[in-house]
Design a protein around this ligand. Structure first.
Ligand SMILES: Cc1cc2nc3c(=O)[nH]c(=O)nc-3n(C[C@H](O)[C@H](O)[C@H](O)COP(=O)(O)OP(=O)(O)OC[C@H]3O[C@@H](n4cnc5c(N)ncnc54)[C@H](O)[C@@H]3O)c2cc1C
Length: 376
């Protein structure tokens, strides 16, 4: 065990880890260390919204997992591995969770927690700094910037119309009174740059020295004495180190948090014993029941002035890049005009809430994409 000791260790600097670090830094005087397996978020591609697809295509700053075969085929399953976690590599769409989910969580936890929609809705509002909607559904002075497109290009205007002709009504704000309809996408960006959880919540405390951020260190297990967590074991290059803490918070994401728990001896007995891990708590459900949403891409190629190819390769790409760095608002416009709309619909008469989202996005043609002629 090293000499290092903190009151609180937070494992993972993703969406959850950054928000918890900020809360503890502001409301307590405890010493706090955030331990992150990935590097510092210095790569400029993280902060330029258009860098999103380029980073993913090259598996930069991600845990490059695949699923087990589903219908005979493995699928890519990526998560952020960098300061900010998923919020430094994701698509930046600001879409709030559904009331029904939070109410179900509340029912599950009973009096031991407060996940009710009313509390969560209030939290969303307090978090938010929305540049467009100044009404009862939105916040305007929180740490998390949310921006709407300042003008959308012709391709997306036509998509917006097409969704409406298909039967979705226009809804200016899917984070407002209702979630269904076709809308422009709201983005976690701040004046054209990615507004990750790290930017919004963590960096200010790291810069001021209030929170210690340890990067490129992978926590392998929680150290437990008796029934109490007393620290973590971490791997750093070829080194293995143990750090003590009074409180350990696991916020390493939906795959890694249960993995760390199981390596620590907390999980279903049969599985732990199969791998020779001493059982500290036989806890069914750890490492099971992952829910996520698949993306089903349907590609169409667009020619002429509505296309995106010209701006995404060769001289056009150079010109777009220059424009991005030289202009202020224009760079946000350039990004936002390619980012909408989003259509959300209820798919079955037996369901009372939206169950799928259709999104129109322009991508540079990848060599592997099959050519599907666009109509019109
Ligand atoms: C490609 C992609 C696109 C997405 N698009 C959107 C979107 O547009 N809108 C949206 O709302 N959501 C989107 N998401 C989902 C969103 O990013 C996640 O739901 C969110 O980041 C989850 O937060 P988290 O704190 O649970 O985990 P994460 O943000 O994944 O953070 C976990 C952190 O823990 C670190 N970690 C893991 N294991 C260890 C370890 N052993 N030791 C130390 N550190 C560790 C990881 O490196 C990571 O930084 C997207 C996700 C992906 C991958």
């Amino acid at each position: 065990m090293s000499d290092k000791q903190y009151d609180v260790i937070i494992v993972g600097s993703g969406a959850a880890g950054c928000v918890v670090a900020d809360y503890l830094a502001r409301h307590t005087d405890k010493s706090i260390a955030v331990i992150e397996a990935g590097p510092m978020d210095r790569n400029p591609m993280i902060h330029i919204p258009a860098g999103y697809s380029k980073m993913l295509a090259k598996d930069t700053n991600v845990w490059a997992y695949n699923t087990v075969p589903v219908n005979g085929q493995e699928r890519r399953y990526r998560m952020g591995k960098v300061v900010g976690g998923g919020t430094s590599v994701n698509a930046m769409c600001y879409v709030r969770g559904q009331k029904q989910d939070f109410d179900a969580w509340q029912e599950a936890v009973g009096d031991s927690g407060d996940w009710s929609w009313e509390t969560m809705r209030q939290t969303y509002i307090e978090q938010e700094r929305n540049d467009t909607f100044h009404n009862a559904h939105h916040g305007i002075d929180g740490p998390l910037s949310v921006e709407l497109p300042q003008g959308i290009n012709e391709l997306n205007q036509r998509c917006m119309k097409a969704f409406q002709e298909y039967g979705l009504d226009y809804n200016a704000d899917y984070n407002g009174a209702r979630q269904t309809g076709v809308s422009p996408v709201q983005s976690n960006t701040d004046k054209g740059k990615r507004a990750s959880a790290a930017v919004a919540y963590l960096h200010p405390h790291v810069d001021s020295g209030r929170v210690t951020l340890l990067t490129s260190r992978t926590v392998s297990k929680v150290l437990i004495e008796g029934k109490r967590a007393v620290g973590v074991e971490l791997h750093w290059g070829s080194r293995v180190e143990a750090i003590r803490a009074d409180l350990v918070i696991l916020s390493a994401g939906a795959v890694q948090s249960p993995k760390i728990l199981m390596h620590s001896g907390v999980g279903p007995r049969a599985q732990l014993e199969e791998f020779g891990i001493p059982v500290i708590a036989d806890l069914q459900g750890v490492g099971e029941n992952l829910h996520d949403h698949p993306i089903i891409p349907i590609a169409a190629f667009v020619k002429g002035k509505m296309g995106y190819q010209a701006a995404a390769q060769g001289v056009g790409m150079l010109a777009s890049g220059m424009r991005y760095f030289v202009t202020g608002m224009a760079r946000l416009r350039a990004m936002a005009s390619r980012r909408c709309p989003i259509g959300t619909r209820i798919t079955s008469p037996t369901k009372s809430r939206p169950s799928n989202a259709i999104m129109s996005r322009s991508f540079r043609r990848m060599a592997s994409t099959r050519r599907v002629p666009a109509r019109g």
